[in-house]
Design a protein around this ligand. Structure first.
Ligand code: DGL
Length: 276
């Protein structure tokens, strides 16, 4: 297969990365895609750095067996911890969520007061803070972990009163601190965007790190001459490490398109076979 026609490999701990897939399909409709959702080991957001790095390496190795031309780490938790290890180990473009999301927020903020929400790991790692301070040391950054958002999104509780109540609990302080821009620093959070916007108010700009990253994928593919310009209709393959049927329903809901097949991969078996 010509290099440009090879698929883009995308991974997340579960369904959250589908918000990135949706944007990549929108901006790059010719691209072939192989997605891996590590649904057996979700959430990554409450695990240690070493575990997240180990899982991210395994997820990448799985995608490489599909001969992908680039890896999109469609998980902020993995992006905030595993990018240096992935870049050192693998020789292909690796796209993170952190830099594109920070760049977009820096462009949008007027007051310089930026909120960041994410998993416990992403927030305690200060990945966005560090990146935003590199762009402008004067930025005032307020961060908040919102761990219950992931299970709410995984349950599909997009517009549920409980989601509103929990979002109010998490976000009211950020709102009254007066941030004018809020980075959705977790790929699951755009699924709850409507509720988050309702709580923060219309004047606060929400930054979807996945949208920013999808632009970044486009730029990198153009720069590296890897953009798929073939006319043949693209394939999109979905793999998970657990419960494909639940994933399929949610994937169709989030992507707004039918998903033909979701294949379950037993990662342990997969690595045993490779070693043996
Ligand atoms: N998708 C992950 C992220 O963007 C959140 C889910 C998890 O904790 O695994 O951080």
């Amino acid at each position: 297969m010509e290099t440009a026609q090879k698929p883009i490999g995308i991974f997340d701990s579960g369904i959250g990365g589908l918000t990135v897939v949706k944007k990549i399909i929108e901006y790059l409709p010719n691209e072939n895609i192989v997605y891996f959702g590590d649904t057996a080991r979700v959430p990554y957001g409450s695990k240690s750095n070493d575990t997240i790095i180990e899982y991210s390496i395994q997820d990448t190795e799985f995608l490489l067996t599909h001969d992908v031309k680039a890896i999109v780490v469609a998980c902020n938790t993995a992006s905030s911890m595993a990018i240096p290890a992935l870049k050192e180990k693998f020789n292909l473009p690796i796209i993170s969520m952190i830099e594109p999301g920070s760049q977009k927020a820096a462009e949008k903020t007027k007051s310089g007061k930026i909120g960041v929400i994410g998993t416990r790991s992403t927030i305690s790692n200060k990945a966005y803070s560090k990146q935003l301070k590199l762009i402008n040391r004067e930025f005032e950054i307020l961060e908040r972990a919102c761990p219950l958002f992931v299970p709410l999104a995984e349950e599909g509780w997009i517009d549920h009163p409980a989601t509103f109540q929990i979002a109010s609990e998490y976000l009211t302080e950020l709102k009254y601190e007066g941030v004018d821009t809020l980075i959705l620093g977790c790929t699951h959070y755009p699924i709850l965007r409507k509720t988050i916007q309702k709580v923060m108010g219309e004047s606060v700009q929400l930054i979807d790190s996945g949208v920013a990253a999808a632009y970044n994928v486009q730029e990198i593919l153009i720069r590296k001459n890897l953009l798929n310009t073939s006319d043949s209709s693209p394939f999109r393959k979905f793999y998970v490490s657990d419960i494909p049927s639940q994933f399929k329903n949610l994937a169709e809901l989030f992507l707004g398109m039918p998903v033909e097949k979701v294949t379950k991969v037993d990662l342990e078996e997969f690595f045993k076979k490779r070693q043996g």
